[in-house]
Structures are given as structure tokens and as C-alpha cells.
Write a protein that binds this ligand. Structure first.
Ligand code: ADP
Length: 181
């Protein structure tokens, strides 16, 4: 599914983020930036050990922020490590989740990148309910693209059926209009 946002595209695709041929893929990282399970484990395995070495040199990233590294063996030239919140039904969770997406997008723009692929941050091991996280993720990216047209493509790479359906539903509820095929 694709949506036009100004002159940019917001896209929902099923698949595996490590295979994406975009300027940067986003890792759903933790504050230590150490390789974990889930999408982080998959990205580190595909990128090779140099990715963990660069992450260790950076050392830390607060929740709601992001840090950029090289992509090493990945097709993507960069990895942006964004740290979403561990869900705690806390009022601040939504702001921290939106902030993780915004920081990642800001880093991409500051480095002149035009295409970026996200996984569904925080909805795996970090337990953020999909029906709450998906509209926050999509609305944050839509709002960013409206005000930062230099980023041409934001792609969500959705690993499982439940996640894909939740994002498609959220796209409708926030009023994104699909492009004709
Ligand atoms: P978090 O700790 O932020 O919750 P997870 O990695 O546990 O991060 O999960 C985030 C999302 O990434 C989940 O929807 C999970 O299914 C998905 N995921 C896992 N592996 C991949 C992959 N290779 N590509 C894209 N998404 C993935």
C-alpha cells in the first residue's frame, strides 16, 4: 500500500527489513545499542560484526532518540538505531514512541538521505500494543514528510500478518488515502 504525502511517498510493505535497498534501515534498538533479539538480531546478523563494534563505540542512546552507523554488509548504506519505549501504559509512552520515529527521520534528513525503511518499533519484545503504536508511527511519519519534503520515501517493512493488518487499519483511521495502483 502506498500513500502520497506532498511529493513524498509513505509505503507499507510486507517483508524483511534487512533486505531493503534504501539509504537507511532503522533498527528497533535498546539503550545500550547492543544486538538483541527480534529485528535487532536480524539486522546485526546480516550486517556483520563491525556493526556491533561501531554501536559499542557509541555506547548509549536514550529512549526516544536515535543514532546512525554504517550499514556494513547490508544493502542499505546506513543503519539508524532508534530506541522506542518499553510499553508501561504510561502517558509518556506515546510521546517517546513518536520521538524515536522523529529522531530517526531527522538524522536521515540531516545526512541528505532520501529513503528510509522502518520496522514497527516497540511492538515486539517491548510490548507496545499494535493498535496504539501503528497510528502513532504513521501519523508521526506523515507529519514529518509534510514539513520535510527532502525525504522522498518512508517505507514500513512489516514482518508478520498481524502487524501488516494493524498498520493498514491505522492508515485508514488517520485518513491516509491510498494511491491508485
Ligand atoms: P522492540 O524491542 O522495539 O519491541 P522487536 O524487534 O522485538 O523490537 O519487534 C519489533 C517489530 O519488528 C515486531 O513487529 C517484529 O515482528 C518485527 N521484526 C522482527 N524481525 C524483523 C525483520 N527482519 N524485518 C522487519 N521486522 C521485523
Amino acid at each position: 500500500m502506498r500513500f502520497a504525502v506532498g511529493n513524498s511517498i509513505l509505503e507499507l510493505l510486507p517483508g524483511n527489513i534487512v533486505l531493503q535497498d534504501v539509504d537507511a534501515i532503522v533498527n528497533a534498538a535498546n539503550e545500550t545499542l547492543a544486538p538483541g533479539g527480534g529485528v535487532s538480531g536480524a539486522i546485526h546478523r546480516a550486517a556483520g560484526p563491525q556493526l556491533a563494534e561501531e554501536c559499542a563505540r557509541i555506547g548509549h542512546c536514550p529512549t526516544g532518540e536515535a543514532r546512525m552507523t554504517a550499514g556494513y554488509r547490508l544493502k542499505a548504506r546506513h543503519v539508524i538505531h532508534a530506541v522506542g519505549p518499553r510499553y508501561g501504559a504510561h502517558p509518556r509512552d506515546a510521546e517517546l514512541l513518536a520521538s524515536a520515529y522523529r529522531h530517526a527521520l531527522q538524522l536521515a534528513e540531516q545526512h541528505g538521505l532520501r529513503s528510509i525503511a522502518f520496522p514497527s518499533i516497540s511492538t515486539g519484545i517491548y510490548g507496545y500494543p499494535l493498535d496504539l503504536a501503528a497510528p502513532i508511527a504513521l501519523a508521526t511519519c506523515r507529519d514529518f514528510l509534510h514539513s520535510h519534503p527532502a525525504v522522498a520515501l518512508v517505507r514500513f517493512v512489516l514482518f508478520d500478518e498481524e502487524t501488516r493488518l494493524a498498520y493498514e487499519h491505522a492508515a485508514r483511521t488517520i485518513g491516509l488515502a491510498p494511491e491508485p495502483e
